[in-house]
Write a protein that binds this ligand. Structure first.
Ligand code: ARG
Ligand code: ZN
Length: 873
């Protein structure tokens, strides 16, 4: 059934305190829960107490110490109802039993390589014990965990450790944890297992000493240091930038190998997918290091935006996720290069969120209904949610934003809040009416912004005309105009910045578009300007500009805004590629002009900012081109056009790129810092183009780099060039050599699986099928599944969308298999079909038939049924 935002009702009961006694056992874990229950004054007075459950086995239930009569309650695997509970505070003691080893959904309490761990967000706690499993019921937890000493020498819970010691003859032991901060069920966690830790003290700014620790599989401690370091930097940053201090005596991070998502912000006990913890130069890429830093920060920042202030209901998910992504983006921008990070954010948003917003799964940042909440941990809620916060800051200004955050932390602390509560703080500190801005939370779809300009030489004015429209999305045929902050400036053809002046333009260069269309007249413009609009990607919209390619290349060369410099090069390339993909002929002249501009740019600036240069040098991806085309897409035509353009650009720049690679080479030992990573990114981007121009030369250079590399970034980039540059003799040997070298390194082999799953050539599907038989592959591990099947479905446009439909059939078959053990993972892979309606008719028909065959299967999980249903529309 469908859950609706409009139907929210407060809980009829509250559970201010709970004591849990959990005796861990591989197959028969026993959970004794003692709940202090009281009627909620805001709830209904005559309601039964209906506790959530999922797959539970009830052992016993007692009320105020008395076993309940059989007719006083009803219990099954999915719930426990007390028919006539007292209208006063009472205690309910419930004992349940569960099998963590059989828990393949990885929700609730499960085992990952022998380590007991939990994932309770959003609705996993009900798989541990019967409870009011909703985020607006906040409880203080006391958790006793008991286990065999040999099996689980480490026992971790939320909050602070109260006591620990042996049980009985000493073959078992226990730990008692107390979390003083009231929290909803989804933030509960426990861990038990044989783990090694690295730890250090952190002194908060008010002088509290916290032990911060990272726990990993024994033997992997050497790969945990970067995560611990990132944690320390995150804690300091949140004090400095948001004034937020940590509030417990310990902060633990645990890495586990089987995890559905990236990581989880459980109070004082973050649990991570080990791929976002473990890193060494030999096994992790620069991207891995950056992801670890960002995700460690993200989960830590949730301590305030998510935990201290949580969500009233799951419709408010963006309240914690969008805001926390915004915070982790700011953190990464401060740790690394802000402009480079901004470009990366925009790229990621367009690749995933714009695609989501343009397809059948489009939904608002705050959805108004859902069938399965797990399907709403989306790019829209997270990434577009972060963009909305960023726009809010732009709109109300730095000061009102900071004051609004302070007010929010003060006013909503220890509560389960809503988006309205949040926005009210900023309305108050800015004195602005934010009701139109709130449409960003309610309307799905990416706004389109058309900008045209006209220079009046005689009047010395430049008029900019803006028009916005938001396309229809499922359930929302018509839209109201959004508030779009447009940061802009004018660039003269000789490169000078022309001061843009108008009473309607804010001093910081922001024009706030509120109507469907509007004009802005800039004064004192005495030379012909090139307008630079949406600087810094000031709003998550799709822009069309009436600029010539020559104007765009002027911006690439001179714009003071790095984002628009990059964007201008991308726009030129996208235009060329979109045309080439439709008429199968590449405008060589335009490509040469583009390559000339890149040459000039490289000569002037490549070495001063290699990370930025690497981004400018990279052609738009095939999905970017497909999005731009929008309908009747032929992925093969796009691929072909892009390959030809790469080859021409590579040829044009080849001697420069080779020289640049030499100049950027370094003998220094590997360091993951942003500057070093930027040099590697540019060297590897150059290698890629060299190979596009001259496959033989490229492969030789790649093979040499592969052998000489002292780090995974360079080794994997080299392997990638070799693997993606057919035909090349020795390619399979190199792929095989990598496999042997990293045997026993599952996270590295994931890169090997993904690399092969994304080869854009006939035969890749058969290769993927073969790789499923590799001993390192396993359908029960989400990382392996994501690396092989997920990468094929989500990141290999030509082969997933094979015209014969074999790619679709393969993915559908794997989704059906996975759905029986891990529906969340199955549903995520199924979202690869979200672009099916934009395909050319042949592929569209094949995709639709495949989707129907999935929909017709019996016994689908709610996760998969929801995705397939919405995808078909
Ligand atoms: N709150 C976590 C994070 O963003 C994500 C957990 C999502 N889990 C899930 N099963 N959908 O950091
Ligand atoms: Zn989060």
């Amino acid at each position: 059934q469908t859950v609706k935002l409009a139907e929210y009702r407060p809980s009829d009961f509250l559970i201010p305190r709970v004591a849990l006694d959990i005796v861990l056992d591989p197959h028969a874990t026993r959970v004794r829960a003692t709940l202090c229950v009281e009627p909620n004054p805001e709830g209904r007075a005559d309601a039964p107490l209906a506790l959530d459950g999922d797959d539970l086995v009830l052992v016993s239930v007692a009320l105020d110490g008395e076993p309940l009569a059989a007719d006083a309650f009803a219990a099954d695997a999915d719930g426990l109802v007390i028919h006539r509970p007292p209208r006063r505070p009472f205690t309910l003691a419930v004992e349940t039993r569960l099998d963590p080893t059989a828990n393949t959904k990885l929700m609730g309490l499960y085992r990952s390589r022998g380590v007991y761990c939990t994932q309770c967000e959003p609705e996993g706690f009900r798989r541990i014990t019967y409870f009011l499993d909703r985020p607006d019921v906040l409880s203080v937890y006391e958790t006793r965990i008991e286990a065999a000493l040999a099996e689980a020498p480490t026992l971790l819970g939320n909050g602070n450790l109260v006591e620990s010691g042996p049980v009985g003859d000493g073959s078992r032991h226990y730990a008692l944890w107390h979390d003083p901060h009231p929290k909803p069920t989804y933030l509960f966690a426990l861990v038990g297992g044989a783990l090694a830790k690295i730890a250090r003290p952190f002194v908060t700014r008010s002088g509290r000493t916290v032990e911060i620790a990272v726990h990993v599989e024994p033997g992997k401690e050497g790969r945990a240091g970067y995560a611990l370091d990132a944690l320390e930097r995150s804690m300091r940053w949140d004090e400095d930038v948001f004034g937020r201090e940590y509030d417990l005596d310990v902060f633990n991070i645990v890495a586990v190998s089987d995890f559905n998502m990236g990581a989880m912000e459980n109070k004082g006990l973050n649990i991570f997918n080990d791929k976002y913890v473990l890193a060494s130069p030999e096994t992790a890429t620069d991207t891995d290091y950056a992801n670890i830093e960002a995700i460690v920060a993200h989960e830590y920042f949730h301590n305030w935006t998510g935990n201290r202030i949580t969500c009233r209901d799951w419709f408010q998910l963006c309240l914690k996720e969008g805001l926390t992504v915004y915070r982790d983006q700011e953190f990464s921008s401060d740790m690394r290069s802000r402009p480079v990070h901004r470009i990366a954010e925009a790229r990621a948003l367009r690749l995933r969120q714009f695609a989501e917003d343009a397809g059948p799964l489009a939904h608002p940042v705050r959805p108004s209904e859902y069938r399965e909440i797990n399907n709403f941990y989306t790019a829209t809620v997270y990434e577009k949610g972060a963009e909305v916060i960023r726009m809010l800051r732009t709109l109300v200004g730095e000061q009102a934003f900071a004051a609004g955050m302070d007010l929010y932390f003060e006013r909503c602390d220890n509560s389960a809040a809503t988006v309205e509560d949040f926005l009210a703080c900023f309305a108050e500190t800015s004195g602005r009416d934010l009701s139109q801005f709130a449409r960003w939370y309610a309307q799905a779809g990416t706004p389109r912004l058309a900008v045209t300009g006209q220079w009046d030489e005689a009047a010395k004015t430049y008029r900019l005309d803006f028009a916005q429209s938001i396309p229809p999305t499922p359930g929302q045929p018509t839209k109201e105009p959004a508030v779009i902050p447009v940061r802009l400036g004018l660039v003269a053809e000789d490169g000078r910045e022309i001061p843009a002046a108008s009473p309607r333009l804010r001093e910081d260069g922001v024009f706030v578009l509120e109507k469907a269309s509007d004009s802005l007249v800039l004064e004192n413009v005495s030379v012909r300007p090139v307008p630079s609009v949406l600087r810094g990607f000031s709003a998550p919209v799709r822009v069309s500009r009436d600029l010539s390619e020559a104007d765009l290349l002027t911006l690439l060369r001179y714009d003071t805004d790095p984002f628009n410099r990059w964007q201008s090069a991308q726009t030129v390339a996208i235009r060329v590629l979109t045309r080439a993909a439709s008429d199968r002929s590449l405008a060589e002249e335009a490509v040469r002009a583009y390559a000339d501009a890149l040459a000039t740019f490289l000569d002037a600036e490549a070495e001063s900012d290699p990370a930025f240069a690497a981004l400018v040098l990279a052609l738009p991806g095939e999905p970017d081109i497909a999005q731009d085309i929008g309908s009747d897409v032929d992925p093969d035509a796009i691929h072909e056009a892009r390959e030809r353009m790469r080859a021409i650009v590579g040829t044009h720049l080849s001697s420069r790129l080779t020289a640049l690679r030499e100049r950027l080479a370094s003998d220094a030992p590997y360091s993951p810092d942003a500057a070093s990573a930027g040099r590697r990114a540019l060297r590897n981007g150059a290698l890629d183009l060299i190979a596009a121009a001259d496959p033989q030369a490229g492969i030789e250079a790649a093979a040499a780099q592969y052998e000489a590399a002292d780090n995974m970034t360079d080794r994997l980039a080299a392997l990638g060039v070799a693997a993606h540059t057919p035909p090349s003799p020795g390619r399979e040997e190199l792929i095989g050599a990598f496999r042997s070298r990293f045997d026993g390194e599952p996270l590295v082999l994931d890169k090997w699986f993904a690399l092969q799953a994304t080869m854009a050539e006939a035969g890749t599907l058969e290769r993927v099928e073969r790789l499923m038989a590799d001993p390192a592959f396993s359908l029960s591990n989400p990382n392996r599944v994501g690396a092989l099947i997920g990468a094929f479905a989500l990141s290999n446009p030509t082969q997933f969308h094979r015209p014969d439909g074999a790619g679709y059939a393969f993915v559908a078959d794997k989704v059906a298999t996975l759905d029986r053990t891990n529906p969340q993972t199955a549903a995520r892979i199924l979202t690869a079909f979200n672009t099916w309606r934009t395909m050319e008719p042949g592929r569209r028909a094949k995709a639709e038939a495949t989707l129907r065959s999935i929909a017709d299967r019996a016994g689908l999980s709610r996760d998969v049924a929801d995705i397939v249903g919405r995808t078909l529309g």
